[in-house]
Design a protein around this ligand. Sequence first.
Ligand SMILES: [Zn+2]
Length: 395
Amino acid sequence: MQDYNINGLAIPLFLMFMLLEYVLLRLKGQKLHRFNDSVASLSMGMLLLISDALLKAYTFAVFIYLFDQHRLFEFPPGAAATWLIFFFAVDFCYYWFHRCAHQFNFLWGAHVGHHQSEEYNLTTALRQSAFQYAFSWVFYLPLALLGCPPQVFLVLFILLKLYQFWLHNQLINKIPYIEGILSTPSSHRVHHAKNPLYIDKNYGGTLVIWDRMFGSWQAELASEPCHYGTSHPLKTLNPIKANLQHWWMLAKDTATTQSWRDKLRLWFKPTGWRPKDCRNKETANPVPLQKTGCARREKYDPQTSLPIKCYVAFSMLMIFYLSCSFILLSPMLPTLSILVATVLIVTGLVSANALLENKLGYLGVETLRLPVMLYFSATLSTPLVAAIADILPVF
Ligand SMILES: [Zn+2]
């Protein structure tokens, strides 16, 4: 079998579960999705999958190198004890990455994208910062030194990520016996809430025992319904701006502050820390710090016409198709094809979200982009069919 990136196959599966969640909610008479919010979240997910497809092979190579050359202990990959020990170890590393990603200005910039949605549903699970993996992989390197076999790490890491998908829903209430032990939709709703009581709580991936051990546990309270999003609202659907939101604020403070020491250290300070001269400039209209939390507020909800929404839905379906093909085939595609696919997908996502903000000038961009994308997608259809025929017998 050829070398494929099977992450590409996850997209249709995720879409199927999202559709199921939407139907179940509508049957219960609940409306917890907004079209523009869902498109924005899925756009962020597409960007993450692309950056993952481009990055993961290189970062995993570092893990394999450390394991091959510098591991301290031997753990047989076939032993149940190896899987059990590293299940806890991978989850522990995730907890500390996640906690640091919330606690430090620079890392919050690589994680804030996951928290910007003001809704909470399965599309929120796919809403991830495109740059998160560029930093998170470092937190797992101690496992390579301890002797975690790379194939064990890879399977456990994928399971950890898959487990987190279902946590992002409001259909499932508290689950008896496992609350406070395993991460659940209820405990993760708290993590996504911007209520001051819930800020910086429940970092656990699969297990929340780490939160209880290290003082970051908070149960969901009936008296305190969750309001989702970040303290400082994003107020755009643009996925590029969403990815750069916090770093852009830090860059502006770096340029503004007179203190050279602050220009450097503000990136490594606790999230929300700002140089004194930057804070003083905004006393009339201060920007709320990301970590202060806030009460319920009006959601960012730009409106556009039904024909534009229909076009965006069509465009997103085309982008999903191209993304699946591109990610699946990425290990065997020439650099030029990777570049063309990346540009077509990224510009398509920016256009789709801009159209939902009623920026109709982007229809001009689409008249150029869409024919090129349709032609390029068609050129990938033959290798895509071959890849699926190659992969299916394995399952
Ligand atoms: Zn988080």
